[in-house]
Write a protein that binds this ligand. Sequence first.
Ligand code: SF4
Length: 190
Amino acid sequence: MELSRRSFLKLSGAGIGVTALAHLGFTASAYAAGDELRIREAKESTTVCPYCSIGCSAIVSVQDGKVVGIEGLPDSPINRASLCSKGQSIFQVANNERRLTKVLYRAPGATEWEEKTWEEAIPRIARLIKDTRDATFVETEEVGGKQVTVNRCEGIAQLGGAALDNEECYLAVKFARGLGLVYIEHQARI
Ligand code: SF4
């Protein structure tokens, strides 16, 4: 096969380009003529990875109500665009047919779950919290022969999870302390 100098340079350039794309994680087929990035029409917003306390930031691309892309946020001083394998999989939290999207309630002694609305669930939860707190609240305790004020609720415990971000944790603990809870824990310590 005869190769002119011009053809040789063209072929070499194409080869170098394909190799460079491959190094960046792209396949040649992804860049075939007419192909478009799947996040081209998506709306981007930022989020925080819920899986560990490092708190890496990510860009979430959403199209037609579905997550179509996750990538590390370059502006984040914590992860600077990188995400570990768990962080790269956080789209599965949203795109998951097993994700609960409705309130489920199982009555005492029942074996089946039934769907409830938030309008039904929230007052019920609030009522149970208030009743339990009132029934188990300890105002004073004897210490060294004297009654001292302790104001604590011993009937409710709170368990936090790594899926809560910093601000949610702050609010959750404020709420718990406001009720007088002393049994406050986090899943990561169990
Ligand atoms: S991306 Fe990985 S390291 Fe970063 S917060 Fe998520 S789980 Fe932790």
